[in-house]
Write a protein that binds this ligand. Sequence first.
Ligand SMILES: *Cc1c(COP(=O)(O)O)cnc(C)c1O
Length: 364
Amino acid sequence: MNYRLYIPGPVNVSEKTLRAMAVQPMGHRSADFVTLYRSIQPGLQELFQTREPVFVSTSSAWGVMEGAIRNLVRKRVLNCMNGAFSDKWNDVAKRCGKEADALQFEWGQPVDPEALRTRLASGSYDAVTLIHNETSTGVLSPLPEIMAVLREFPEVFSIVDAVSSFSAVPIAKDDLGIDLLLTGSQKALALPPGLALFSVSPRALERAQSQPDRGYYFDLLEFAANHEKGMTPSTPVIPLIFALKSKLEDIAAEGITTRHQRHQRLSQKVRDWAVARGFSLFPKAGFESRSLTCVANTLEVDLPALNRLLKERHGLVIDGGYGKIKGKTFRISNMGDETDASIDAVLHALDAVLPEATPARTAS
Ligand SMILES: *Cc1c(COP(=O)(O)O)cnc(C)c1O
């Protein structure tokens, strides 16, 4: 059961990364672990564009997304919502006992900075959540413009999910004034699932100190205190930290700018292919993700049949749409290590099976 994944997470993992994980565990309070932990900080800080520590959480992204709510939302949070993950964050905030309001945009639309400014002007909020790249709809929201609005409201803390855009597009955490920036391992970084990475502002740590029920596992102050010792609060998934170290070497060898350009080029290639075949793109024009493509299924392709043919004949898998747009859209990832050759391969395979999965159109 070995298929090549082109779904927007988890994504295909390189042989080098897999080999990097094949290590005996070490004590997580040992000098060897401290060396490992400290060795990944410079590369992570460069990617986060931060002078602050980058914390390593053994959890999926949702752990930190929930932890961010518990540590940083005092009373009321505004959730920017334009897809499955950002909509869900509103529900999660309520489950954490917070007052949480929706700033809802239609799926396929980006978050509009002007609409955000209007809502924040009410003075009701102390935090905002934002998903930079809505993976369910393939929409990249304009982060610099959104952060410019947030900087007009210094009492409002910004919590930004970059799970599927991190390292694919530049994100200047410190310069933009992001209070908590997070990502996960299995999407844009092309590591196996199980790690989340995040970095916070100094004022976020201050606010956490006066939060009564921030819990233990995702307590920012525990992460900060352990970081000083070169450690994590509890036993981390050490093989994945070795995988991350290997990945940071790959990123440094490629060059961060070259990596960004590669994602831009490969996503453009998929978009061009989709449009040339007569599909339209699901995201609003100009806000398309650079790490995945969400194609509107305007040709009414039988997506389960398409994926069955892709799997049986070509050994690869794309995504047949997520949440309420399942079947109406399909998604192709170009995250992580994808190359011109690997993207050409999935597009050629799609061309080979599309006619069989597309209903015959009768000429009218
Ligand atoms: C996948 C995804 C998540 C959830 O990640 P988990 O690792 O499953 O917790 C959150 N946000 C975005 C944008 C995602 O793509």
